[in-house]
Design a protein around this ligand. Sequence first.
Ligand SMILES: NC(=O)c1ccc[n+]([C@@H]2O[C@H](COP(=O)([O-])OP(=O)(O)OC[C@H]3O[C@@H](n4cnc5c(N)ncnc54)[C@H](O)[C@@H]3O)[C@@H](O)[C@H]2O)c1
Length: 252
Amino acid sequence: MKLKNKIVLITGGGSGLGREMGLTFAREGATIGVNDIRPESAQNVVTEIERAGGKARPFVADVANSSAVKKMFADFIAAFGTIDVLINNAGIGRTRESSEVIPTHEKSDEDWHKMLATHLDSTFFCTREALKVMIPKGAGRIVNLGSIAGTTGLAFAADYCAAKGGIISFTKSVAREVVGLGILVNCIAPGFIDTPMTAPIEAEMRQQVIAATPIGRFGEPSDIAAAALYLSCDDSKFMVGQVISPNGGFVI
Ligand SMILES: NC(=O)c1ccc[n+]([C@@H]2O[C@H](COP(=O)([O-])OP(=O)(O)OC[C@H]3O[C@@H](n4cnc5c(N)ncnc54)[C@H](O)[C@@H]3O)[C@@H](O)[C@H]2O)c1
């Protein structure tokens, strides 16, 4: 088992990639804190992990909120005593209920702040709290979810792309800062993966994405969970501030 007795917190763990990482990491011996803003989603994944014989507990919090993150970490450390791995995964694909595409000149201040807060603020808030525990013990792993959107840009998603680009730069900076303290920080920049986040993509757009992806399909959550497992265990002990991008060749 690659994560035997490790204590892991996965933000946005109630769906899609976070859910798959929780199930995968639990099979590898880790105890999982499943964070989500949606209580039912977090609980459902905890139940799935437990039914498969693993250990997990829900931590319901909005990770875009600094004080909510502080409270979540206090609860997490009270429950488990430490944190070995933090996966900054929580995210949103759009800022409004409707699936309408919003051009940059029509995005509101609220759209912008919500997107940046959900991805970038949350990554900072959770990293800060995790480091307070990891630095004194001289060990830890942090894996941030970027995106190919943060490396190539995507039309009509400047807010999402700015957040993901920010996460990539944040990863590189913090990685340099804490590697000497025994903590490794890396990033995954997935291509298009089949999850509830990408489900609303319309058929025509989906075909365009597939046509632009040399492997000819969307990825599966397990493709990203495998990368997250690698970056969370000893196999990646020489990886510092890297961005690995399972994307089917969308970006080469
Ligand atoms: N699916 C893809 O194609 C893809 C590609 C690149 C990057 N990503 C990134 O991977 C991550 C996971 O995406 P996914 O596809 O699994 O999406 P998803 O919608 O299936 O899951 C995201 C989860 O995050 C939770 N969440 C949202 N805001 C939150 C908040 N403020 N606090 C706590 N939880 C919150 C949601 O409730 C949801 O359960 C995101 O950061 C996303 O941007 C996804």
